[in-house]
Design a protein around this ligand. Structure first.
Ligand SMILES: [Zn+2]
Ligand SMILES: [Zn+2]
Length: 160
């Protein structure tokens, strides 16, 4: 994606967030918007503590509680996606302007890969029709071992 397109996505995400905060009579603090901007600068998956550590290293004066509670708000207005992969803490990624995708997770190094299989959309449709169920979304995570690209081969397995 072109950088100016990224900027457009970030600006729209900020507008959506602003409207959400206004509507719910929540404070529109610069900290909350800094967190949103940081999330939209990234292209990866992260947990709340990783985001907090990153922001602290980059000299933002934002408390851990603010990071947690802003992620919660962003989740509520669908600007971030939240995943529960195995027993680990919740993993987030930006949602607005991103294509629908699912994940592969390496059990050795914890690396997260993304994939997109249009057949899943067809499954949603046909199952919805068959079971008279309005499908809103799905989540599919495949676990296994990344071949070659793995930083930590099984012999040096570490618990995450
Ligand atoms: Zn993802
Ligand atoms: Zn791996």
């Amino acid at each position: 994606m072109k950088p100016d397109n990224d900027q457009k996505i970030t600006n729209t995400a900020k507008e959506i967030f602003e409207q959400y905060l206004l509507k719910n009579k929540l404070r529109r603090t610069p900290e909350r918007f800094a967190i949103l901007e940081e999330i939209y600068r990234r292209n990866d998956h992260f947990d709340a503590d990783q985001l907090y550590d990153f922001m602290k290293q980059n000299n933002y004066h934002i408390s851990r509680a603010t990071v947690y509670n802003t992620l919660e708000l962003l989740y509520k207005c669908k600007l971030v996606q939240r995943h529960q992969f195995g027993q680990n803490s919740a993993i987030f990624e930006k949602a607005y302007g991103s294509r629908q995708h699912d994940h592969l997770i390496c059990l050795d190094c914890g690396k997260i890969f993304e994939f997109c299989d249009p057949r899943l959309h067809k499954t949603e449709e046909s199952m919805g029709q068959m079971l008279k169920f309005k499908v809103e979304s799905h989540s599919l995570t495949l676990y296994g071992h990344c071949q070659g690209a793995c930083d930590n081969p099984p012999s040096s397995k570490k618990t995450q």
